[in-house]
Design a protein around this ligand. Structure first.
Ligand code: GRG
Length: 308
């Protein structure tokens, strides 16, 4: 990762040390997750070991970092955003554990390590995913709130993003599209749900933790949506341009499974251009924060230029 992020499509470099920001976010997020999760010794130890195995396997922590950065853009307090950031990471990790199962993508390798079912068996991996999903709601239910954003609003936000109209809808459409020729519009439907919904939820929850105004929340929604779409296009590009070692997960899976991706439908160069355009739109959404969204800008740029 480059230390100084460069604004997408512009010449002016951002004076923001993203590497230091992400390292320090990851450390605090890991400490908080460790506090929220049952210890490995809590009975039944197997499930808690399995949950922790995937949660602490070395993910990039991009969603929780986006949540914390969104809270900061709204002048919020990190302690108030942290439970919500951790809840989003629990949901994300659950989705990866289930996505890797033989009944889904059947993957052996994730976050640079053997997948959960390879270590704990399929039954425990299903349950570890279920338990991480449930854990997320337990964490959100304990988060501090504002009159504008009571517990009910926070729970609704995360339930909708993870539910059968968003995250799961994306996964269903993705499964059903395998081996079929689909249009760029159908692919966008998949990306919006499978990937963008949770990134958008992360930025919105960050704003809610900071008692954001309706206009700020709208800006974070637009930003999260655009970076979410750009993120998945880059993920598709990396699948065909990087190695398994670089990615920490099996490379080249999309063409092997005849998956519909942007590079497959519109080509590599046009895919890069679309991701750049989405990132520019994401930057535009941040205008309302008048320079207080440096971390969000740097993260959006990193999602575009990342190599893993
Ligand atoms: C309910 C059985 C059942 C399964 C649900 C919803 C779901 C399975 C899977 C979600 C689909 C999915 C894996 C979407 C891809 C999103 C994506 C590109 C994830 C990788 O994110 P990174 O690169 O990963 O941030 P790290 O490991 O760094 O956190």
């Amino acid at each position: 990762m480059s230390v100084t992020a460069t604004r997408a499509g512009a010449r002016r470099p951002l004076a923001f040390d993203l590497q230091a920001y992400l390292e320090s976010c990851s450390e605090r997020i890991n400490q908080a997750l460790d506090r929220f999760l049952p210890k490995e010794t809590v009975r039944p130890a197997t499930i808690h070991r399995a949950m922790r195995y995937s949660l602490f396997a070395g993910g990039k922590r991009l969603r929780p970092a986006l949540c914390l950065a969104a809270a900061a853009a709204c002048g919020g307090d990190e302690d108030q955003a942290m439970p919500l950031a951790c809840a989003v990471e629990c949901i994300h990790t659950y989705s990866l554990v289930h996505d890797d199962l033989p009944a889904m993508d059947n993957d052996d390798f994730r976050r640079g390590k053997p997948t959960n079912h390879k270590v704990f068996g399929e039954g425990i991996a299903v349950l570890a995913g279920d338990a991480l999903l449930t854990q997320a709601f337990e964490i959100v239910a304990q988060a501090r709130t504002w009159p504008r954003y009571p517990t009910q609003a926070l729970l609704l936000e995360i339930a909708r993003a993870a539910g059968s109209r968003q995250l799961i809808a994306g996964q269903v459409a993705d499964l059903e599209a395998e081996g079929k020729k689909i249009s760029a519009e159908q692919l966008k439907y998949i990306h919006e749900r499978k990937t963008s919904a949770l990134l958008c939820c992360a930025t919105r929850l960050g704003g809610m933790s900071a008692n954001s105004t309706p206009a700020q929340l709208r800006a974070l929604t637009g930003f999260g949506y655009q970076v979410g779409l750009a993120f998945q296009i880059i993920d598709d590009i990396l699948d065909i341009t990087q190695t398994t070692e670089q990615l920490g997960k099996t490379a080249g899976k999309d063409p092997a499974a005849q998956k519909a991706t942007y590079p497959a439908i519109v080509g590599l160069e046009k895919s890069k251009k679309i991701a750049q355009q989405l990132t520019r739109r994401a930057f535009a959404a941040l205008k309302i924060f008048k320079g207080k969204a440096a971390a969000l800008e740097a993260l959006a740029n990193y999602l575009l230029v990342r190599d893993r």
